[in-house]
Design a protein around this ligand. Structure first.
Ligand SMILES: C[S@@+](CC[C@H](N)C(=O)[O-])C[C@H]1O[C@@H](n2cnc3c(N)ncnc32)[C@H](O)[C@@H]1O
Length: 241
């Protein structure tokens, strides 16, 4: 089974990422503003996880449809942030061409697939479902800042804690240093995220290869400029036409 089908569909994932619901109060309004669409715009939240960003898309006046692979996340979404959702794979979206005004891809939800072609396919699908003039916001962790942080702890098992829930974590680069592999042990569950972290140039090239025109960038949720060591690399790209 692919890591991304296993890791997010497990209750312990909610423990490790408990703080993200709180952080949505900052991230949600910022990312909704990055989309910069008029009220009434139809936004796809892809992937939506448990829907923590949905209230902020609605607060901005957008309508929102969420899509995710994880049945567990979608069940939680239905309870905590009720609204339309679809179970889907990011490589083959069940939406019509040109049917959305915006796509929000938040919190490093790109680079999960093994091949460049599959990761490009995800962006191509975003481009396909956007109407001309529609916008994608792609919110990634910055590769260079992450590399600096990993250098201090690479290969070490660390004892960490999230809101009182203890877990162990070890972070390593893949042998070609293109992907970050994060092992976590929490409440008897074992995770291994395995995510391609593109360079800034690779991210820009991939957006262009998918037929999207880069429009603006940010280096954080407070509107900071994108710099090499920025914590976030946030890209707004528009479908031409
Ligand atoms: C880090 S979470 C981010 C979720 C949401 N964007 C947020 O900010 O809370 C990544 C999400 O991607 C989903 N996912 C992973 N692989 C997927 C795939 N192939 N197709 C659809 N969703 C996928 C996971 O189930 C998980 O909910």
């Amino acid at each position: 089974m692919d890591w991304f089908a296993r890791d997010f569909d497990c209750e312990a994932y909610f423990d490790i990422y408990r703080g993200k619901e709180r952080e949505a109060a900052t991230e949600g309004p910022a990312l909704a503003a990055c989309l910069d669409l008029p009220a009434g715009a139809r936004v796809l939240d892809l992937p939506c996880g448990w829907g923590r960003l949905r209230p902020h898309l609605l607060a901005r006046g957008y309508t929102s449809v969420g899509g995710d692979l994880s049945a567990l996340n979608l069940r939680r979404h239905a309870v905590e942030h009720p609204g339309p959702t679809v179970r889907l794979d990011l490589r083959a979206l069940p939406f019509r061409d040109r049917s959305a005004d915006g796509v929000l891809c938040a919190y490093t939800s790109w680079g999960y697939f093994r091949t460049l072609e599959e990761n490009l396919q995800q962006l191509r699908e975003f481009a396909r479902v956007l109407r001309p003039g529609g916008a994608l916001v792609l919110d990634l962790v910055g590769r260079d800042g992450t590399a600096r942080a990993i250098a201090r702890v690479e290969g070490d098992w660390l004892d960490l804690e999230e809101d009182g829930v203890p877990y162990r974590e070890r972070v390593r680069w893949s042998p070609d240093r293109r992907r970050v592999r994060t092992d976590r042990l929490c409440r008897g569950s074992r995770f291994q995220h395995d995510i391609w972290l593109p360079t800034d140039r690779e991210a820009r090239e991939a957006l262009a290869a998918a037929g999207l025109a880069l429009d603006r960038t940010w280096g954080g949720y407070l509107g900071e400029p994108l710099e090499r060591l920025s914590e976030r690399w946030i890209y707004r790209a528009v479908k031409p036409g």
